[in-house]
Ligand binder design. Sequence first.
Ligand code: 4AD
Ligand code: MG
Length: 624
Amino acid sequence: MKKHGGAPIVDRRHHQRAGHSRTHRRHALHVHHALGAGACARNVDTVSTTRLKQVLNSGVQNLSRMLAFLGTTTVSSSRRSRVQQFCGHLTGSRVSVFASGFLSRDPSQLQRSRHERVNGTLVRAYARQRLALTRLCVTSTPAQTSTVGTLDEHKAPPAEKQRVRIQRLFEEAAHFLQPANSFVVIKGWVRTVRDQKQFAFVQVNDGSNVSGIQVVVDSSVPSFDKVASLATGCSIAVSGYVRKSPGAKQPIEVQATSVELLGPVASNYPLQKKRHSFEFLRTIAHLRPRTNSFAAVARVRSALAAATHAFFQSRGFIYLHSPIITASDCEGAGEMFRVTTLPPGATEEQADFFGQRASLTVSGQLSAEAYACAMGDVYTFGPTFRAENSNTKRHLAEFWMIEPEMAFASRDDAMKNAEEYVKHGVSFLLETRMEDLQFFDQFIEKGLVRKLEQVRDLAFARVSYTEAIEILSKATEKFEFTPEWGSDLQTEHERYLAERHFQRPVFVFNYPACIKAFYMRVNDTEPTTDGRRTVAAFDLLVPGIGELIGGSQREERYDVLCSRMQELGLSKEQYWWYLDLRRYGTVPHAGYGLGFERYVQFCTGMENIRDVIPFPRYPGHCEF
Ligand code: 4AD
Ligand code: MG
């Protein structure tokens, strides 16, 4: 042993050279520990400057605090030598060493049982085989900061690091586990806090994934005393190191170096740790995205929207922003919300804002047709409104629709495109949002992932309306409404076809003209219908939902369209511009509308459509 800077130093190489036994060396280390302040192991024969730089880069704050992460496995000889290596470089500096880790033989029983802040703790730590070092902190006294500083080439971590989304930590765990990248800042909302005296475990969620991340806070963290009393719902900023988690529940966790309370939470916060009913959560729609279910729905919804644009854009479709305020009733059903600035009771429509009756659109289709008849393939994706008084699990007053419209296309082309689109969205979710899908599979719809895989892999069924009525008529199922040629399929019929009979999504095509909109192309002949008139319409029916898509080939023949409109009592004057499309270079064209919320329902298993749109609008409800 020799003296250095007034502090006793253990030189392991000295012992090795001198042929001392292992026991002897360990004994020497203990002796060294006993010698007190400033002591440090020395190991000059295994210096790796690269490793040292990594360790230093990972966490030196103004050189006054050095923090290194050394993984969570039991201290192995290689790790031990790294520890020694690290300390070897500190030889001569007056440092206090702080180490914490896990003490256990059985990894499943890991307990954070080691927590010491004494000079030379490190020595004791690695002398015990079963202590898995998770954290090593070396602090120089202010007077000797410069001594540590002479180690040079190390950088202080950026004082104001940008926050990292928790999802990214999981996705790029290998990157963040590297010492040079492991220091991160996360910000989010506290879900739970478990306080275990020496440690607190804070589950933080920032909305980017289902699990959130576990933050481990030990008593060296300045705000440790306050962490235990963090309540569910408060917002915090955490700085710390990403490292492998010893727990089975999560692959990684964050060892905090600081925890800052950003926003405390009032004691009457309505979202407590227990499960709440979806009905209750609808009454706090502004807070429900903080629950796992609603955050997962929002992520799936966003991913499906991205997949929608990717699908159509990659096929050369033009994204069209069709108007939200309109004077034409696309579906001809009159279920429109009036848009007016007239005072209540006034009837003079000419005096109204637009000089004519205006409404919120029920569909962007008519505008899409105009653009398709100029640009080939277009699609809309926007909100649509229906003033139908339907209090069902599949109807909203405001919902989003995707409406592709294709020129030079037939009913079958549109069905093919629809099948590819639905499959594309489902595949995209299976590729990118598996954590969410598994959550839904576990808690909302058992077998959801399997169902979606089948949707992706199996061809959709196709059946004519007439055949569908035959199938329904022969079914042993007791329907509330008797299936009859000429009447629309009820949800119970649609679901029977998709869930029981075909057990997969099914297109039903060629509906009776009498139950469909004026713009659908009248079929010239259809042998199976006994001369009964049908149109080239199609609906896509899916298990659990019923109708997901409604579409058709459009009536491109001016005369036929005029007579259909007359039949249905629609004014040619009002639709003059729509009729123009048939007078100037008309082409066969087709399209469809997919109800986006029903698509989200189908992909998540959420039972009520009110729970797949952020702030649902339905009869009697327009809050938030
Ligand atoms: O079948 P629909 O009424 O078709 C149209 O509006 C056509 N103009 C579409 C087109 O061909 N461009 O509506 C299309 C889809 C339905 O299949 C359903 O998924 C959804 O929109 N939908 C609703 N979703 C939620 N709430 C409502 N009230 C809905 N009404 C229709
Ligand atoms: Mg429909």
